[in-house]
Design a protein around this ligand. Sequence first.
Ligand code: 9YT
Length: 128
Amino acid sequence: MIVKHLNDIIGTDADVRGPTFASRRLLLARDGLGYSLHDTLLHAGEETYIWYANHLESVYCIEGTGEIEDLDNGVTHPISPGTLYVLDGHEKHYLRAFSDLRCVCVFTPALTGEEVHDEQGTYPPPTG
Ligand code: 9YT
């Protein structure tokens, strides 16, 4: 059994800061589950361009408001607590936080923990 608390992650190397968000990575590839699980905080007023070319991501909002613009089809969806979106088609998108936006994110394959968005908004493919 694995038991952790968010407080065990904050301030460690699994607390990864991007320019517009903090990704607190509760489960990573090293946990051996095949997915990673993150408690992600997107900062109020920020916009993030993202293209997960190498991963699938499920995002469940638990706090705050924002929107996701799917650049593959031009459709924008509001985000509020209870909203789930799943990037099952490697969609390029903008994520906008109107207030601090807190989301639980699941990545497959699992992130190793070191990934930060590159200039294309992408995380590199898993190695090993
Ligand atoms: C919701 C989202 O995609 N935010 C960007 C960060 C990413 N989810 C992560 O690494 O936790």
